[in-house]
Design a protein around this ligand. Sequence first.
Ligand code: SF4
Length: 447
Amino acid sequence: MQEGVVQIQERARAKKLETYPDLKTVDTTPVRVTLHDCLACSGCITSAETVMLEQQSVDEFMKQVSSEDKAVIVSISPQSRASLACYYGITPLQALKKLTTFFKSLGVKAVFDTSCSRDMSLIESCEEFIKMYKAQGKTNCFPLLASSCPGWVCYAEKTLDPYILPHISSVKSPQQTMGAIIKRFASFNMGLRVDQIHHVTVMPCYDKKLEASRDDFLFSIEEGNEEAGAGKFTEVDCVLTSGEMLELLQAKCSDFTLLDESPIDRMLTNVDETGHLYGSRGGSGGYAECIFRHAARELFNKELPSHLEFRTLRNSDFKELTLEVEGEVVLRFACCYGFRNIQNLVRKVKSGKCQYQFVEIMACPSGCLNGGGQIKPKKGQSGKDLIQSLETAYLNEVDVSDPFENPIIKGLYDFWLGYPGSEKSIQIMHTGYHTRERSVTAQLSNW
Ligand code: SF4
């Protein structure tokens, strides 16, 4: 079977014909489904039987890591780090250090942390929001909708009218931002050509595999810099989920908890001088809170307290945050997780009744810590208990910090991109969205 292609075979068609005998006259050529048809609904994409993602697999990772021609670089998400830490009963910092030992023993060149690139995504998002607010006024163009969840972006492109796409933030997700940093800048500091790098990420969901394979994230080397490598490149070559990472550890290492703890690769990892991890709040990236704080400071000269109280609305996956100045609500943001809440929200956007200026939208109920690629609860552990443990592990060991103060990101702006929202930042750290034809649906309607 061709890579990345699902074939609906005789069995499924026969069942349909039996159920609906009047459909016998229809063309019964098997329908071909590609990754471009995926709605990221988690229905089939999580099933190893139906999707052949050979480029995005443990086997491919092992093939690349044993290739002499490739330098493999791994970027680990904080959600995956928390998932592995909870599974093994260690801290996220220990998990990161042991993962560094593990990967380096296989021949991986460097192990980074996407909390670092997330700080750049957050800064670019803050800048984008302020620009939009200043250009359009308080209510004209809103809401701006977060773009870091590929499940939500894919749903918007495939099933919603084009009215929704201009609302989606153009900022790349932390995964793609890390890819852009590594392949378009850091590689040169590491003495590597782009075509020598195989960039692998460890992520909490399968949808990140789809994100990495989007054509929008292909790039060519800038003119005049051809010695860096020729051709078109992807920012991320392979995505492994937290669960796949666990399978790899179980296959290759008899007891992960007994591995030594290696020094962390500091070049693109949020670890401070004293060895503490730092980053933003929020198991899904903390977009709403970070932009809210920044907007309060920049637009209303308000420094907000370290803890902000979100107000729960219909359910725990729909919360809002407001800022009042002289009795008037001047900022109204929301976090909206899970498709049930998303559908309600987009209806309001369409009818012009959405009162939010920014919404952090995530496809998974409870957000990324509960992603479909995370390690499943242990026997006897409820899903709720697991999320609680993940949140505790995730939040307790990371010192909360302002992304604008991240010295690594400051360096990247100083030496490479200029400043947040610069022409170069827009070119490299932002992307676009497109209405995608629902080819499968169109074909299925003929059944
Ligand atoms: S909310 Fe779920 S689908 Fe979206 S990025 Fe997070 S884990 Fe992936």
